[in-house]
Structures are given as structure tokens and as C-alpha cells.
Design a protein around this ligand. Structure first.
Ligand SMILES: [Zn+2]
Length: 84
């Protein structure tokens, strides 16, 4: 746990991110082409969308990704089942 208050760390991170850009790491893999990312500085979450652009991760896009991940997993399983 950090000793700084959320407000202080948020504004500091905001400056770092607006100056240097967000430092995204993959937080969840949805498909081969779609991932969710989280900024290690400010905690901002984004996701790849169908168009291949980054989009803000909201509860709605999170839900879409969850169904997409389930669909993708099923599809992959079926694909492997056919091969074997
Ligand atoms: Zn950031």
C-alpha cells in the first residue's frame, strides 16, 4: 500500500502520463489480437477494439471483452477438437 492519498498520486501520475504517455502493460488477453491494458503509472485501463484502436475500458467494453473471450475460447477449443 502506498502512503500517498489517491488524489495526490493521481495528479502526479497524470503529469507523468500526459508528458511521457501512458505506460501500458497487458492486464488481460482477450483474443490473439485484442488485449486489455493497464497503465502502470495512473492505472488507466484501455482495450483494443475491433478497428485495432485503443479504446477506454469501461464496464461496457469490459463486458464485451468478457463475452468475446468466452466466444474466442470456445472457437479455439472447437478448432483444436477438429484437428485432433
Ligand atoms: Zn497513465
Amino acid at each position: 500500500m502506498k502512503a500517498t492519498t489517491p488524489n495526490q498520486s493521481f495528479s502526479f501520475s497524470g503529469i507523468v502520463c500526459s508528458t511521457l504517455g501512458h505506460d501500458y502493460v497487458i492486464s488481460r488477453k482477450i483474443t490473439n489480437h485484442i488485449n486489455e491494458y493497464k497503465c502502470t503509472n495512473c492505472g488507466k485501463e484501455v482495450t483494443d477494439n475491433f478497428a485495432g484502436h485503443l479504446e477506454n475500458l469501461t464496464s461496457k467494453t469490459k463486458q464485451i471483452n468478457t463475452s468475446l473471450a468466452m466466444f474466442f475460447e470456445k472457437k479455439m477449443r472447437r478448432k483444436y477438437a477438429k484437428v485432433v
